[in-house]
Ligand binder design. Structure first.
Ligand code: GSH
Length: 195
């Protein structure tokens, strides 16, 4: 299976490199430019993403976008790596619920402005996510018990934006645990194009 990752350094596609390294996948990186928050960069003609964003992946002749869907697509393809519940596993529904929370709450709320601008409904959605996440990781665990693809998807949020979650325990320890993964170090070596 040939996989191409359309990627730009220090973005949401960096964690996809991390996932692919954890999965032991064989993949090629297509480095593209994107519009950056600071006004630099710009859409890249070599990026097949319809919105000129990253990440996007090509698997054979299929193009897939949106992190919350790329993750399960790949964990299903690479089941052997055991980074997510299989389709008949009793925690499969929990896995999908977290993926939905990522796309609906994390992207939907965090991406819609600063906390001061959130509506009461958005505040409650975010607080609910925080309660669930902190309960899962408080005793040295991970979101689904053992380390899984969800810890890459959600954990990368803390790596970019630690202030998104409350200060102190349990998030600091969790961040330290996930940051020590050798696959993350390998991914970071590929984050920027070779000089
Ligand atoms: N919901 C998408 C968001 C993708 C996204 O916003 N990517 C940013 C980089 S972190 C981007 O490409 N920005 C450039 C743009 O929107 O033009 C996902 O989670 O994959």
């Amino acid at each position: 299976m040939s996989i191409i990752v359309h990627h730009s350094p220090q973005t949401r596609s960096t964690r996809l490199l991390w996932l692919l390294e954890e999965l032991g996948a064989d993949y090629r990186v297509n480095y593209v430019t994107i519009r950056r928050m600071d006004g630099s960069g710009g859409p890249d003609g070599n990026n097949p993403h319809p919105l000129k964003q990253v990440p996007a992946i090509e698997v054979g002749d299929q193009l897939l976008i949106e992190s919350a869907l790329i993750f399960p697509f790949l964990t299903d393809r690479f089941r052997i790596a055991n980074l997510a519940p299989t389709p008949t596993h009793p925690r499969r529904a929990e896995y999908f619920s977290w993926l939905g929370l990522y796309s609906g709450v994390v992207e939907g709320v965090l991406g819609s402005g600063s906390p001061e601008t959130w509506s009461p409904v958005q505040n409650e959605a975010y607080a609910g996510l925080e309660r669930r996440w902190s309960a899962a990781i408080k005793d040295g665990g991970y979101i689904l018990g053992d380390f899984s693809a969800l810890d890459i998807l959600f954990g990368s949020l803390l790596q970019w934006y630690r202030a998104a979650m409350p200060a102190g325990e349990p998030y600091d320890n969790y961040l330290e645990r996930i940051s020590q993964r050798p696959a993350l170090a390998r991914a970071l070596q590929k984050d920027s194009p070779p000089a």
